[in-house]
Design a protein around this ligand. Structure first.
Ligand code: RP5
Length: 153
């Protein structure tokens, strides 16, 4: 049986999938089990609610939320879960992703959503693994190895 997912990835559209491949690839390299769901905060709010509200009980420890344009997905997810959330603002055709970045990073005080660079999905995977590593030594060791290899390359 596959390991239970520790990272939950949610994205606003199937069109976000290509940009999130660097994230899933990095999680796979670290051996971090994840689940992935497509659910838009404005097109499928009930699905977002159900997924986010049940994530902690299902064993998820960190959430990665990817969205573009008026990117309120991370904030909506934050409303329904005590888990830490890392947002990935998607690059967009009209405003280059500044729209996604600003709507994701400007969360009001009291409801944090961490945010990586526009299209920075690989960093979201690394950051999520670092969060896991704070309490799970095997994942901290993956980060130590990763940083060692980076320093030597
Ligand atoms: C957001 O709107 C999605 O996260 C996506 O980045 C953007 C465009 O979505 P589509 O029109 O391609 O479905 O909800």
């Amino acid at each position: 049986m596959a390991d239970a997912p520790l990272v939950g990835i949610i994205m606003g559209s199937k069109s976000d999938l290509p940009a999130m491949e660097a994230c899933t690839q990095q999680l796979e390299e670290f051996g971090v089990p994840y689940e992935l769901v497509v659910a838009s905060a404005h097109r499928a709010p009930a699905r977002v609610h159900e997924w986010a509200a049940s994530a902690a009980d299902r064993g998820i420890k960190v959430i990665i939320a990817a969205a573009g344009k008026a990117a309120h997905l991370g904030g909506v997810v934050a409303a329904y879960t005590p888990l830490p959330i890392v947002g990935v603002p998607m690059k967009t055709s009209d405003l280059g992703g500044m729209d996604s970045l600003l709507s994701m990073v400007q969360m009001p005080s009291g409801v944090p959503v961490a945010c990586v660079a526009i299209g920075g999905s690989k960093n979201a995977a690394i950051y999520a693994t670092q969060i896991l590593g704070a309490t799970m030594p095997e994942y901290q060791e993956k980060i130590v190895e990763y940083k060692r290899a980076m320093a030597e390359s």
